[in-house]
Design a protein around this ligand. Structure first.
Ligand code: SAM
Length: 326
């Protein structure tokens, strides 16, 4: 299958890293190949791409064609779809062509007269992304709607919680698929666990605060995420003893708002946790660690695979490290 992603503009490095993480989550994708890449456009070929899991993409399509000649692109689209369709256009850059949707629709129909244009209840939504002299087209794929899980819409929320889009991206960086055992040992209100659970992973959570664990359980129940009672516990993440047990660790370390008031204290906590995390994780698996930027820590025996920065506000930038236990 050929995939067209128009990546989110919220961050420079994370959207493409998320797409690559998802591709690498499935062994079927060993023959992945890149077709085209420019700016936020990312077009590639792979066996399995779970559109419903992807978070940081503005547009997602099954890719059909790209080129400078709209008529050629329309011909390829016409050969690919059947039944009813509508065209939706999206300008990449400042050049706008308000008549493009109608023109492109007519061209497609001309090349396949069995097709019918239908603006509502259509079978195919044909996307046409364009700039002044080039066109990219594919069939739109529905995407996740995060509104219901935004912090203010959750039954339990805290100021340190994470936006569901970022939480989902982190899980996808961990290169795991449905059924994998995933741990958030500093789970707080559970933003990461909710996303992992909704994507079919088996979740495990820990937090030193009973208040947080109770709130996290409320959120998981509310979004219909199932877990075993033994999987969500109050406790100290640094004292977890399981060995080579988890397929992924995805976590947002404490930032030092309460008891950890200095960066030195935080560094100590982060350093200790890295040793615990290394033991908890199976070999060849990934730990996705979010920390407060400016607080350095030792990766212990982990290999740093990639690193991303996310600015939250003037006083807080999150550093995301993708670490591998080799
Ligand atoms: C940055 S918050 C996590 C926020 C979470 N991602 C969310 O969406 O709500 C860090 C959490 O770590 C917890 N915590 C601090 N020290 C801990 C420890 N030693 N073991 C387990 N949890 C701890 C805090 O109670 C807090 O809930």
């Amino acid at each position: 299958m050929n995939i067209l992603l128009y990546l989110s503009g919220d961050n420079i490095t994370l959207p493409k890293a998320e797409a690559n993480g998802l591709i690498e989550s499935y062994t079927e994708n060993k023959n992945f190949s890149k077709i085209y890449e420019k700016g936020r456009l990312y077009i590639f070929s792979c066996e399995k791409f779970p559109f419903e899991r992807m978070s940081m993409a503005k547009i997602m399509c099954e890719f059909i064609a790209h080129g400078e000649n709209l008529e050629d692109v329309a011909k390829k689209v016409a050969a690919r779809i059947s039944g009813t369709f509508r065209v939706t256009s999206y300008a990449i850059g400042n050049f706008k062509d308000p008549a493009l949707e109608q023109r492109f629709g007519e061209m497609i129909k001309k090349h396949n007269e069995k097709l019918t244009v239908k603006l509502k209840n259509y079978e195919n939504e044909v996307m046409c992304l364009y700039s002044e002299n080039s066109y990219v087209s594919g069939i739109n794929k529905n995407r996740e709607n995060f509104i219901q899980r935004m912090p203010l819409n959750r039954p339990f929320t805290v100021p340190v919680t994470m936006h569901p889009k970022l939480a989902r991206t982190l899980v996808n960086l961990a290169r795991v698929k449905e059924g994998a055992q995933i741990l958030d040992p500093f789970c707080g209100s559970g933003a990461i666990l909710v996303e992992a659970g909704l994507m079919g992973m088996k979740i495990f959570g820990k937090d030193i605060s009973e208040y947080m664990i109770k709130g996290c359980i409320k959120n998981l129940d509310f979004y219909g995420v199932h877990y075993g009672a033994e999987n969500l516990k109050v406790g100290d993440a640094l004292k977890m003893k399981k060995k080579d047990f988890f397929d992924a660790i995805v976590t947002d370390l404490p930032y030092g708002r309460s008891s950890f008031t200095t960066n030195k204290n935080l560094t100590q906590l982060y350093d200790k946790f890295m040793i615990t995390a290394y033991n908890l994780l199976k070999e060849g698996k990934f730990a996705i660690i979010v920390s407060k930027d400016g607080v350095d820590y030792d990766f212990y025996k982990f290999k740093l695979v990639e690193e991303h920065m996310v600015r939250v506000h003037s006083g807080l930038t999150r550093r995301i490290c993708v670490l591998k236990k080799e």
